[in-house]
Design a protein. Structure first.
Length: 257
């Protein structure tokens, strides 16, 4: 069942999303070769709690950390550990904040120093596909219109869209209905109505679309070990328009690609 939000509830989610954007920026300030992923996780949790929020992911289905940190061929749900970032890595950071009774959810992928032209294109196209999906999140349209637009942009650029992992509704629960795939057909799926809040999150591979789960029970990796990128915004249908609640503004003020 889809839970539609009032304008007041959307504003509470926006407040959560602002803390989330700033938490991402605090992590972005630290991203460089030699920094461990567990150090990034520690800083995010400190910042979120200092701002009266709670990390949405920590303890969710027993997940042990505040951030999902996925490096290189890890797509999503990577567990922070002692791994130190290296020149040429890419790192996807997914974070959620619970504040005022509501969750927000956002992800961003960073290159570490010099990366190949193919990887830079992967990051660019994945981020573009998020923007294109948002452009199709219009009142009266359907989830499939978002899904189709993302898939079309990704595949025309020679990359592949993961099928097993999707976006989702966001609200009092971190994951709500409806599912928001990154592939599909126009005119299909749930109708985008006033008060709908969803996370749109393209997950795109440089190689084939297939993925496998690691032995830790969480980390999802590409089956061919190709790099993968992930960007995510939480958006609402608000006053008949698409209202992007999360932000990359704070990240992009401190991390220059």
């Amino acid at each position: 069942m889809i839970v539609y939000k009032t304008q007041e509830e959307i504003e509470l989610i926006r407040q959560s999303a602002q803390i989330l954007g700033k938490a991402h920026a605090e992590v972005a300030k630290m991203i460089q070769p030699g920094v461990s992923t567990i150090a990034l996780d520690k800083r995010a949790e400190e910042f979120i709690r200092d701002n009266k929020g709670e990390p949405s992911f920590k303890g969710y289905n027993s997940f042990p950390a505040s951030l999902c940190i996925s490096v290189n061929d890890a797509v999503v749900h990577g567990i922070p550990d002692k791994y130190e970032l290296k020149e040429g890595d890419i790192i996807s950071i997914d974070c959620g904040v619970f504040l005022n009774g509501f969750h927000s959810d956002s992800a961003y992928t960073y290159p570490i120093g010099d990366v190949s032209a193919d990887i830079r294109k992967l990051l660019k196209v994945t981020k573009e596909s998020l923007d294109i999906g948002i452009q199709h999140a219009l009142a009266g349209s359907r989830v499939g219109d978002i899904s189709y637009s993302i898939q079309k942009h990704v595949e025309k650029n020679g990359f592949s869209v993961i099928r097993e992992l999707v976006g989702h509704g966001v609200g009092r629960s971190l994951h709500e209905s409806p599912e928001v795939p990154n592939f599909g057909k126009r005119g299909r799926g749930a109708k985008l109505k006033e008060g709908l809040v969803i996370a749109i999150e393209p997950m795109v591979n440089l190689g084939k679309r297939n993925v496998v789960q690691s032995n830790d029970g969480w980390t999802i990796k590409t089956s061919d070990h190709s790099p993968s990128a992930h960007y995510e915004h939480t958006i609402a249908i608000n006053n008949g328009k698409c209202d992007v609640l999360t932000t990359f503004e704070y990240i992009e003020e401190v991390f220059k690609i």
